[in-house]
Design a binder for this molecule. Structure first.
Ligand code: SF4
Length: 526
């Protein structure tokens, strides 16, 4: 019997981690809390540490939050106890603020202008949270959590002079917020009388709008609309505030959008394969990444397998382009949870075996192309290679459907620190040796952009180091204690002889904003 202790999932799964899913619905004739329960359940892949739902009955808010998976916090019956006409929900993975009940969302605050309660839920990571928190603390604000969400919310609620009507109050607040805090946030807010959704001026994290039976829904991903039978209307635009209340839906462009910087990892890994990103299902984008990977890094092999489940589409794309048959060769145990076995090396290896079981009938004596979507720290892949060799694979050719990750993310993705990133320290050949593979090929940056057909600028900073806004480059993940200082935008680096084409990027700073403009809420094609 193994001693059971809590080990971060990164010990058994070396992938970037998303930082929350948000959901909101205004539908007085529906059971909004139950709809929200299913909505955040569909967004479970974006965060598994805590879950919460808040409803309004038009006069007061009711909230329930808890630690764990959505289904551990709610069932249909307990969700239905939260009655109301509108609701917001949240699933959390913490990149800023510890994983504890107090930090679960939605959080509730009192609005000093209206004395109403406001509920806030957030996906993202505020790059200047420490600075804004210090400013607010200096002016007398007291914080109850260690999250950047509370920093955002408290900054927002301090704006406005109380002379405006409620629409003007919220619009002026969001304009002030977006001028002072540029990235990264997709937010949903609930007051007794309105549901609001807003996206930062760069649109780093996703947020979309849907319609069901004449009512409106907002969600981090379109898959959460599908499960309600809602029609996808469009993405919330960068810098836009959407307000939904009994009079319908309104759009307010709080600031002129900056150069778009949506996170490319939504395409590569985060979004559910059935979610629509930039007009295309993420599954198709991933398959196309596999096609480009096969063109750039062909292999003399007998079979193509993917590291389940997230690299399956990439592997199928590689197979279709190369003509090498695709097969499942690793079976993933989906029920290996986050509380796992002790972290010594022998038990880590056993942990990899518990999570992935190789199929000798597919692998024995064969030359195998193994497609994965990323390598972050290089901790899990050597164990997978070892498992495949033990199952009899004659050759193992690792193919990675993204460029080497050399820079940490400061915008809401738990990517590890720069020192932990294997590609920041080692060349591709050194990484190949570390993995124990016969060959290793990463997709180039050009190949990535070709595959995704990126029609607009996108954040590629973890590959290039060109962050869309200035960040403190030694800012450690998961802390609010380091004061943020403005640093020059770093330039692209490629100092370790890697074979990928690591050029370009989108380090454009935003220009001056013009006056606020109203934008009609026109449906867009899916
Ligand atoms: S740095 Fe990487 S993970 Fe972070 S937002 Fe940009 S593309 Fe996404």
């Amino acid at each position: 019997m193994f001693p059971h202790t809590h080990v971060p999932e990164r010990e058994t799964d070396d992938r970037p981690r998303e930082a929350c899913g948000v959901f909101g619905i205004w539908a007085p004739e529906l059971d909004v809390a139950v709809e929200t329960f299913y909505g955040i359940h569909t967004l479970q892949h974006r965060g598994q540490e805590s879950a919460g739902i808040c409803t309004t009955d038009g006069r007061k808010l009711s909230v329930k939050t808890g630690m764990g998976l959505v289904a551990q916090v709610f069932d249909e019956e307990s969700a239905a106890e939260l009655e109301g006409i509108a609701a917001i929900g949240h699933t959390r993975y913490s990149t800023t603020g510890a994983s504890r009940f107090r930090n679960a969302q939605p959080i509730l605050l009192e609005d000093p202008a209206t004395s109403e309660t406001v509920a806030v839920a957030h996906n993202g990571n505020v790059v200047n949270a420490a600075q804004v928190r210090a400013e607010l603390t200096e002016s007398g604000e007291v914080f109850e959590t260690s999250t950047d969400t509370e920093v955002l919310a408290k900054y927002l609620l301090r704006q406005g002079d109380g002379e405006e009507d409620e629409n003007e109050l919220w619009e002026s607040r969001f304009t002030a917020l977006m001028h002072h805090i540029e990235v990264a946030y997709s937010l949903v807010l609930l007051t007794p009388g309105r549901l609001m959704a807003a996206r930062d001026p760069y649109g780093v994290r996703p947020l979309c709008i849907g319609r069901v039976g004449g009512r409106y829904v907002v969600a981090s991903e379109s898959c959460a609309l599908d499960q309600l039978g809602a029609e996808f209307l469009r993405d919330v635009r960068p810098g836009e505030l959407i307000t939904i209340d009994e009079s319908g839906i309104r759009s307010y462009q709080a600031v002129v959008p900056a150069q778009p910087a949506g996170c490319v990892f939504e395409h590569i890994y985060f979004a559910r394969p059935d979610s629509i990103l930039d007009g295309q299902a993420a599954w198709h984008s991933r398959s196309q990444l596999g096609v480009e990977l096969a063109r750039e890094h062909p292999a003399d092999a007998d079979v193509v397998i993917g590291v389940p489940d997230s690299a399956t589409a990439h592997a199928i794309g590689y197979s279709s382009e190369s003509g090498i048959p695709y097969s499942e060769g690793l079976v993933k145990n989906r029920y290996v949870g986050r509380t796992f076995i002790s972290p010594d090396q022998r038990l880590r290896d056993l942990g990899a075996h518990l999570k992935y079981n190789p199929m000798p009938s597919v692998l024995a004596g064969r030359r195998v192309v193994v497609v994965d979507d990323t390598i972050v720290r290089g901790t899990t892949t050597p164990r997978i290679v070892k498992l495949l060799r033990e199952a009899g694979a004659a050759e193992i050719h690792m193919r990675i459907a993204a460029p080497p990750i050399r820079h940490p993310c400061h915008f809401g993705v738990d990517m590890a620190t720069r020192q932990e990133l294997i590609a920041a320290r080692q060349s591709v050949e050194e990484i190949r040796q570390h993995l124990g593979a016969d060959s290793l090929g990463y997709l180039s940056l050009d190949g990535l952009q070709r595959a995704l057909g990126l029609g607009k600028p996108t954040c590629l900073a973890c590959f290039t180091g060109d962050y869309p806004v200035s960040v403190q480059t030694d800012f450690e993940i998961d802390t609010l204690t380091v004061p943020l200082v403005t640093a020059p935008v770093p330039t692209s680096t490629n100092g370790n002889g890697a074979s990928n084409g690591n050029s370009g990027g989108n380090g454009t700073r935003r220009g001056a904003r013009s006056d606020e403009t109203m934008v009609a809420l026109a449906p867009e094609r899916r």
